[in-house]
Every structure is written in structure tokens, then in C-alpha cells.
Design a protein around this ligand. Structure first.
Ligand code: ZN
Length: 309
């Protein structure tokens, strides 16, 4: 069993409209845009990162907004909900705010947590969960004070027809089974980033999802550095997973592998972080381009959709 994985690093999804996506995550949810860059493989498409003040691992929600993306179909073989941690007593505030800004807002109790579930305009599933013992500081720069601010992810759920192989994989990655209710089993990792829970939801007869706007593209787990990432990579290869070589993503190093049931996993390093090429005071303001796409800057600055602040 591995001990290098420290919970979630980031979640990356597909959106249909860059400006609307930016407005929802910065203004409605109050996250900080910590990086405005482009997709390495499709540089005419943004890659937008939202998180806490510096985009600490475990706080970062990222998007590829493809303007022509059709809405994905929800189903199995995908991440169901990404779940943020909020302070206790804050859900009343969020309920009022999301009643206007989000869709299908619903208060639920989930493994003893008070939770508000909602969907984005693209139909992507999220929840805010009141967590008592989370000491992380949320970003308070967008008009939401510290008593209410999102502190980062609490975790995510995954929907599968058969969760057996995924449960084994999570346990191999260092997660422990901590609770079960109905068709949902909770796994958690200790000593993580705070984004430490994964809920596996068994939906035996639900068809496979089809990816599009509102779908999670991949979910990334955090490791401290490149050395521990190589240890994880070797262990996964030895277990039979097909893992990509290490890829430089400018703000972290990444490896990817497809899991049983179809969900794409990434393992990303906590180094070097989002302040490697920008002042902390101005993170996410300027368009940053991977060096191989710098020659496209004049075209991109003219053609990428303006985001607002
Ligand atoms: Zn990623």
C-alpha cells in the first residue's frame, strides 16, 4: 500500500462558456482565479484554475471551456460530485446565494455532514459540506468573508456500476474504507491536503456517462514532489496500470492513468505551484502561455473570449 498520496490535488472539468464559468467560480463561489492559461494540447482553449489564495493542492478546480462543447450525459464511469469544505453554520448563507446562481440546489445529510448539493449551468454536480475541523483558510478576496468562504475540496464522489476494482485501487493508493451507507462507501486518506474523502457510489444499472460540458475530465491526487511521484508511478506500473510518462504542466508535474470503470486519474506534484511565474498579489490576472505556445500569443490575445475579472 502506498503512503505518498495526500488526498486530492485538483479536479478538471469541461465547460461550455469561459466567461460564464469564470463568473460562477469567482463571483458566485468566491474562489480566486489563480491561473489563466491555455490547454497544452488545444491552445485555442483556455485552461482556467480556481482555488484558494495561492491555489494550494486540494483547493483547485480547473476548467477547459470548449465553446462548442455539447452537454455531457451523467452516468457511471465518472466523477459524480466534487465537494467543497465550508465552515459550520455557513450553509444558510450559501443557500441564499446559490438559489440565484446555481441549479437544483438541495440540502441533504451525507455521512453526518450537512450538505448543500447543486449543479452548474452545464449540469455539473457539486456540493458544499460543513466540516468542523478544517483549518485551511478560504480566499476572501471576492466579497465572501472567512466565516463562509470555501476552504478547498473536502473530496469527491465517483459513480460506477461495479465499485470493487476501484475500491481495491483506492486502498492500494493509501485510502481506507471508513463508512458505508446504502449504496455509498466512503474512503479517506490520513495526513492529506484536507481534500481527503472519496465516496464510491454503486449504480449497477445506470448507463455509462458520455463526456461533454459539465463532465469531470479527470481527477488529480497530490504527491509532495517528483521523487514520490516516481515511486507511485513505478508501483502503479508494477500493478499493471498503463501510466503515462511524467509530463511537465508548468505548475506541477503530472502522470495519468485510466482506472477500472473508465475514470481518468492523475497524480500531480505539489511543486512548483502557481506562483512560479506570477506575483502572489496578481495570480491569474495575465494570460500565461506554455513556452511552446508563446508564439501564438498575438492570435490568442485577440481570439480568446474576454473573461472579465
Ligand atoms: Zn490535471
Amino acid at each position: 500500500m502506498l503512503n505518498q498520496i495526500k488526498g486530492l490535488h485538483h479536479v478538471t472539468s469541461i465547460a461550455s462558456d469561459a466567461a460564464e464559468n469564470n463568473a460562477f467560480f469567482t463571483q458566485a463561489l468566491g474562489l480566486r482565479r489563480v491561473k489563466k492559461t491555455v490547454n497544452f494540447d488545444a491552445p485555442d482553449v483556455y485552461h482556467l484554475y480556481y482555488g484558494d489564495e495561492v491555489g494550494n493542492p486540494g483547493s483547485v478546480m480547473t476548467y477547459f471551456p470548449f465553446s462548442d462543447a455539447a452537454r455531457g450525459r451523467r452516468g457511471t464511469g465518472e466523477v459524480g460530485e466534487s465537494v467543497f469544505s465550508v465552515p459550520q453554520g455557513s450553509l444558510g448563507f450559501w443557500g441564499d446565494r446559490l438559489a440565484v446562481a446555481a441549479e437544483k440546489v438541495e440540502a441533504v445529510d451525507h455521512f453526518g455532514e450537512r450538505r448543500l448539493r447543486f449543479q452548474t449551468a452545464d449540469g455539473e454536480g457539486f456540493a458544499l459540506s460543513e466540516i468542523a475541523d478544517d483549518t485551511r483558510q478560504g480566499w476572501v478576496g471576492n466579497g465572501i468573508d472567512a466565516e463562509h468562504a470555501i476552504r478547498g475540496f473536502h473530496g469527491a464522489s465517483m459513480r460506477l456500476q461495479d465499485t470493487g476494482a476501484m475500491a481495491e485501487l483506492l486502498q492500494f493508493m493509501g485510502y481506507e474504507k471508513v463508512d458505508t451507507k446504502d449504496n455509498v462507501t466512503r474512503f479517506a486518506v490520513t495526513g492529506g491536503t484536507g481534500a481527503d474523502t472519496i465516496d464510491l457510489e454503486t449504480l449497477k444499472s445506470t448507463p455509462h456517462a458520455s463526456q461533454g460540458a459539465g463532465s469531470v475530465h479527470h481527477i488529480a491526487f497530490a504527491v509532495e514532489n517528483r521523487a514520490t511521484q516516481l515511486e507511485v508511478r513505478k508501483a502503479l506500473l508494477d500493478t499493471g496500470y498503463q501510466v503515462t510518462p511524467v509530463i511537465d504542466r508548468d505548475y506541477f508535474w503530472a502522470i495519468y492513468f485510466r482506472t477500472p470503470g473508465g475514470i481518468l486519474f492523475e497524480v500531480a506534484t505539489n511543486e512548483p505551484g502557481f506562483d512560479r511565474d506570477e506575483d502572489r498579489a496578481h495570480l491569474g490576472e495575465a494570460l500565461k502561455l506554455p513556452v511552446q505556445h508563446e508564439k501564438l500569443r498575438p492570435f490568442l490575445e485577440q481570439n480568446l473570449q474576454p473573461l472579465g475579472n
